[in-house]
Design a protein around this ligand. Structure first.
Ligand code: GTP
Ligand code: MG
Length: 256
């Protein structure tokens, strides 16, 4: 019993993002410190890991390395989910009961983002994740609101020469999410008009991500609901040199 209770207290980082973006590769690297050939995931998988050196969990900044609490604080779980469109319910199910979800890592292929199809797929998925966070926040019973869940957009595959740099990944995603938002709102209005009775009317406001009005969507609007969104480049795998995901681990350390 005790063991199970202790296990449930380990913070979880939820890994989401389109298929082929590198989630399983990143989970493997974090767990074993090496990369292996991955295959597309069909089920979620939890791996247990220790925050790699020299990163220090924010909660342990004032502890010394010999302290057992320091070692414990480096433990976390990575919940790797399948990115295929038909399997995303595994990831979204986490929002029903996110008590151990400390943060979300949304992995994108920065080269795929350079193409319209890849950009739109990533934007739709990220839109839905952020909207789920917003709805969780606005429907919370307590006046304090639920615990903040930050999001890291891990812009992967920076070793590819076609990859967009992180600042452009951010701009492109914000633009594409603005479009997803408008087209979803239009679809809701059309559906509402077709119903005409008003019985099944959906609350449009609840389905609108971020600030209302005419302006474009920006990640900064998510601060209102306790979610910071950071876009950080990296690569899990590259030629002979091995990957470079230090900036992602540093981000995770800040939230551990
Ligand atoms: P699903 O399980 O289908 O959702 O995909 P996934 O996000 O888990 O992707 P996965 O980790 O299986 O990686 C997909 C492919 O991308 C694999 O062939 C990886 O070797 C490759 N890959 C991962 N990271 C990098 C990277 O940084 N650079 C390059 N060039 N390839 C990478
Ligand atoms: Mg996978």
């Amino acid at each position: 019993y005790r063991k199970a209770a202790a296990a449930t207290n380990i913070p979880t980082f939820l890994l989401v993002g389109p298929s082929g973006s590198g989630k399983t590769a990143f989970a493997t690297l974090t767990e074993r410190n090496t990369t292996t050939q991955t295959h597309t995931s069909t089920t979620p998988l939890t791996v247990s890991a220790l925050l790699p050196e020299p990163h220090v969990p924010a909660s342990s900044h004032y502890r010394s390395p010999g302290d057992p609490a320091f070692e414990r604080s480096r433990r976390f779980l990575l919940l790797d989910t399948p990115g295929h469109g038909k399997l995303r319910h595994f990831a979204t199910a986490q929002f029903v009961d996110p008590k151990n979800v400390r943060a979300i890592v949304f992995v994108v292929d920065a080269a795929a983002i350079a193409e319209e199809a890849g950009l739109n797929e990533a934007a739709e998925y990220l839109h839905d994740i952020l909207l789920a966070l917003q709805q969780r926040y606005t429907s919370a019973k307590s006046s304090k609101g639920p615990k903040d869940i930050p999001v890291l957009v891990a812009a992967n595959k920076m070793d590819l020469f076609t990859a967009l740099p992180a600042n452009l990944v951010k701009i492109q995603l914000e633009k594409a999410i603005s479009e997803v938002r408008s087209s979803r709102a239009k679809a809701l209005r059309d559906a509402g008009a077709a119903l005409s009775g008003g019985e099944d009317e959906v609350d449009e406001e609840k389905e609108w991500l971020g600030e209302g009005g005419e302006g474009a969507f920006e990640f900064a609007q998510m601060r209102e609901i306790g979610t910071t969104v950071d876009v950080v480049g990296g690569n899990v795998i590259s030629g002979k040199e091995g990957g470079d995901v230090a900036a992602w681990w540093a981000w995770m350390a800040e939230h551990l």
